[in-house]
Structure formats: C-alpha cells, structure tokens
Ligand binder design. Structure first.
Ligand code: 5GP
Length: 114
C-alpha cells in the first residue's frame, strides 16, 4: 500500500481540501511554496509512464480538479497563477510511486525548474 493509499483510506491524517469519487486533494506535508497541494487519483497508477488508455478520463479529471481547486483558493488568474508538476521516475524527482500532481502557488516560481 502506498502512503497516499493510506491517506485516501484515512489511516494517515492529511489536510484535505477536496474529495470526490475519483481523487483526493490534500496539502503536501513538506510544502515547497505557500500553496502546495497534491492531487491524487484514488485508483493506484504508479506513474504517468505506466498509465493506460483506460486511465484517460481519470487523468483529465485530475487536471480539471486542479483548476477547480485553484479557483476555490483564488489563485486561478493570470496574475496569481499556479504551477502543476508531475515527477516521473528517480531522475524526475519521484518519491512516492502513486501518480500525483503537485499544485504550487503563492510565490514566483522560477523557470526552468531545478
Ligand atoms: P514526489 O517527489 O513523489 O513527486 O512527491 C511526493 C510528495 O509527497 C512530496 O512532496 C512529499 O512531501 C509528499 N508526502 C510524502 N509523504 C507525505 C505524507 O505522509 N503526507 C503528505 N501530506 N504529503 C506527503
């Protein structure tokens, strides 16, 4: 079981902002920006590189949920803005093998990322 499955199952506490039948959104325990959320699908997909065609609607739902939560937080504007990040594999910075989208906001975000 991944740490995120345990959060979804409420075995581990988290600061949850949104839940629906397909995903959970909660605050990252080690925030890298004033707003740092994780958007996590309930079904276990280890990483984007292992997603399947049948995951297409779910993956789209995660992006739409990111926009919806950003709107609710008042950061969905061209001036405020936010960044979505998906780390895939060791060199990509992946630590938890359960696909998730980072939503970062609340400070200027440099480009290119490190
Ligand atoms: P990754 O490096 O896999 O893209 O991101 C994993 C993220 O999960 C990290 O930003 C890390 O801080 C976060 N994380 C790891 N364990 C926990 C936890 O138990 N609770 C929460 N809320 N976040 C976690």
């Amino acid at each position: 079981m991944t740490i995120f499955q345990r959060i979804i199952a409420r075995e581990i506490p988290a600061d949850i902002l949104h839940e629906d039948d397909r995903c959970l959104v909660f605050r990252d325990i080690n925030p890298q920006a004033p707003v740092h959320l994780l958007i996590v699908p309930k079904p276990l997909i280890p990483r984007v590189g292992e997603a399947n065609p049948e995951d297409e609607a779910l993956l789209g739902h995660l992006l739409l949920t990111a926009g919806k939560v950003a709107t609710e937080l008042g950061i969905n504007s061209t001036t405020e803005g936010f960044r979505l990040v998906i780390n895939n594999g060791r060199s990509g910075g992946e630590a938890v093998p359960h696909l998730h989208i980072h939503l970062l906001a609340g400070r200027p975000l440099a480009w290119p990322p490190g």
